[in-house]
Each structure stands twice: as C-alpha cells, then as structure tokens.
Design a protein around this ligand. Structure first.
Ligand code: 13P
Length: 249
C-alpha cells in the first residue's frame, strides 16, 4: 500500500514573511498522520523553513549534477543537505522550458541528489501540442526511460506526472486520462525496475486545488499530488492534505 504524498512546489514564491504559512502547513500535516506532506521552497528559504517546519520535510526545486565547481548561480546536493533539505524536485517542466533542461539532465541531477541522501521527485509530462498529436503516452514513456536514475527505489524516488498544459492554467486532464498515463508510467517503471515499481509513488500535478483533489487522488495509480499555486497558503493547501487523508481511509 503506497501512502499518499502531497507535495507543494512554491516555485519562485516565498520570503520570510511567508514562514507563518510553512508553520501552519506543518501543523496541518502533523494532524494528518495517515499521509505524507512536504514543501519545496526556493533555495533562499530552505534553512528558515526548516527552522519552523518541525517534522514537515522541506525540499528544493532543483539541484546541480556536480557536487561543486565553476557553475555560477547553481546549487549542489551537499549545499541542499547542509541547508536542511531532505528532498529535491528534478526535471520540472518549467526548468525544461525555461532552462532547456533535458531528460538526461534530470537523470544526472537525480543521481547527484541520491548520492547525498536526498529524496527525489522526478517530473515528466507532455506539452499541449504533444497531447494534441496523440503523443502524450510516448513522451512520458520516453522521459521516464531517459531520466529514471539507476537503482531507482521507493525509498528515495517519487515520480510526478505533470502535463505542461495543465500547470497553472486551471485545466486538468479527465480522470480517465490521468488514469491512463499513470498506468502507462507504472508499466514503464515495472519494465525498468521490476517489482520495486509497485512501491514507487506516482504523483499527479497540474491545477490541483482543494475542490478537485479528492477525485484526482482516488484515481488508480495516483499516489499523491504535486501542487503549485494552491500550496502557497495553508488555507488552500491544507484541504488538499485533508483530501489525501479522506481517500486513504
Ligand atoms: P499548479 O498547481 O500551479 O498548476 O502547478 C503545478 C506544478 O507545476 C507543481 O510542480
């Protein structure tokens, strides 16, 4: 039985003034012990967030593949560990689009995170044009094939399916469409890592909010949510954590 994971991705949002939200979300997470929750905040907020988050794991949104070196502006896994992060997102579609990151980059970043004991949320997902062309399934399979780190296991790896066209748009795939891609992702994982695939959580991300969370989280092979906009405040995020609890009973 895979425990649900509700992960918030604050993207480029969050100053110290928002630490009260971290605190409130941490309290709600503690009050929902049947599910896991986490917040991935900007690099600059990691250590302060850890200071108020109690048992709520705090993560980053990216990591460099090297441990150190001449890479202006980048942050390495040992730096994240020192700041108190316990996980990181890699391969987010906004980084694929804005920073031209590839699935191979995601693979190398995931490996670096793993080397230093960080958990990894590895993202995949098609664009609208790819979906319209009937290529969503093949794109997701290919991204998993190229980015799944060696030795992938449920202890440290989570996959997130985030169709790019559903991110920040208020549009979501139908529940059947979500079920179909998650089944394909599970099958691909199974081909690549065997039975370990049965324990690897697959999150759905893209316009998850309090009112659609329960239905999405009840879909087969949806083991949690990766939430952007609705993770920024406790008022919006806590109902999603509670929805995860309600579908886990
Ligand atoms: P939204 O929830 O704002 O659509 O963002 C999803 C996402 O990209 C999370 O990583």
């Amino acid at each position: 039985m895979r425990r649900k994971l509700v992960a918030g991705n604050w993207k480029m949002h969050g100053l110290r003034a928002q630490l009260g939200e971290v605190e409130a979300i941490a309290a709600a997470a503690a009050a929902n012990p049947g599910v896991d929750a986490t917040l991935c905040v900007p690099f600059t907020l990691i250590s302060a967030a850890v200071g108020v988050a109690g048992a709520l794991p705090i993560g980053a949104q990216d990591v460099h593949e090297a441990d150190q070196g001449a890479h202006t502006g980048c942050i390495s896994a040992p730096m994240l560990v020192e700041a108190g992060a316990t996980l990181t997102i890699v391969g987010h579609s906004e980084r694929r689009a804005d920073q031209h990151e590839t699935s191979h980059d995601a693979w190398a970043k995931a490996a670096a995170a793993r080397r230093h004991g960080l958990q990894v949320i590895l993202c995949c997902g098609e664009t609208e044009a790819e979906r319209d062309a009937g290529r969503a399934e093949r794109i997701v399979q290919s991204q998993i094939e190229k980015s799944l780190p060696d030795g992938a296991s449920p202890e440290w790896l989570t996959l997130a399916y985030e169709p790019r066209w559903a991110i920040g748009t208020g549009r979501t795939p139908t529940l059947d469409e979500i079920a179909s891609i998650h089944a394909i992702a599970r099958a691909k994982l199974r081909m690549m890592v065997g039975d370990a695939a049965l324990g690897i959580r697959i999150l759905y991300g893209g316009s998850v909010i309090g009112t659609n969370a329960a239905a999405i989280l009840a879909v087969d092979n949806v083991d949690g949510a990766l939430v952007g906009g609705a993770s920024l405040t406790a008022e919006k995020f806590v109902p999603i954590i509670e929805a995860a609890t309600s579908v886990s009973r």
